[in-house]
Design a protein around this ligand. Sequence first.
Ligand SMILES: Nc1nc2c(ncn2[C@@H]2O[C@H](COP(=O)(O)OP(=O)(O)OP(=O)(O)O)[C@@H](O)[C@H]2O)c(=O)[nH]1
Ligand SMILES: [Mg+2]
Length: 203
Amino acid sequence: MVREVICLHVGQAGCQIGNELWELLCLEHDIRPDGLLKVPEESLIGKDDTWKSFFSETQNLEGRTRFTGRCVMVDTDPSTIEGIMHGNQGSFYKPENMLSYKQDCRGNFCEGRTQAVEFRIVDSTMDRLKRMAENCDNLQGFLVFHSLAGGTGSGVTCELLANMRDDFESGKKVINYGKRCGILRDERRDLSTMVRFGGQVLR
Ligand SMILES: Nc1nc2c(ncn2[C@@H]2O[C@H](COP(=O)(O)OP(=O)(O)OP(=O)(O)O)[C@@H](O)[C@H]2O)c(=O)[nH]1
Ligand SMILES: [Mg+2]
């Protein structure tokens, strides 16, 4: 049985690394950037389908199976998502699961938390996550990708994780909740964010 995993990508680093990840996953599983299979559909019959944990299936207008990532991408800065949607892999994602807003949080954790509430980023993201979770038969958990230095990656993620804990953990829908891939690149900036907001960022 497929045990679904939902990926949440937050902020520039989270979304860009996510885009690279999906490109790789598609290559590994013979899926074209537009979500259609490179191999005949019949060749998958009877084969192990555990790889479908990461992909959801839909039908295109011609009745062919089309795969799309079980993922939500969110960034306060509109240019990240725009870049991804205009890139190679753009047509692979469902547009309604790609959320972007007006301007970034300038590496400020508090700004991230403020925007998350003020612009209802948390509400919209949770809505997408819940809808995705409802379409799963055996949801295994979430993978959350975000940087620690960015204002969106730290602040918005912090708000989202609090909500995800409330909404998903109690119903035992999620067994292995919230594996987070913190991205550390610019060490000085990242460390200062962690020191300042350590208790809140790294729960
Ligand atoms: N590995 C990797 N690191 C990245 C990438 N983009 C940004 N970073 C790193 O992420 C940190 C900055 O965080 P960002 O993700 O850009 O910030 P953000 O979450 O968009 O937040 P704001 O822009 O402040 O709203 C820096 O350390 C960057 O070096 C990327 O594509 N790959
Ligand atoms: Mg940004």
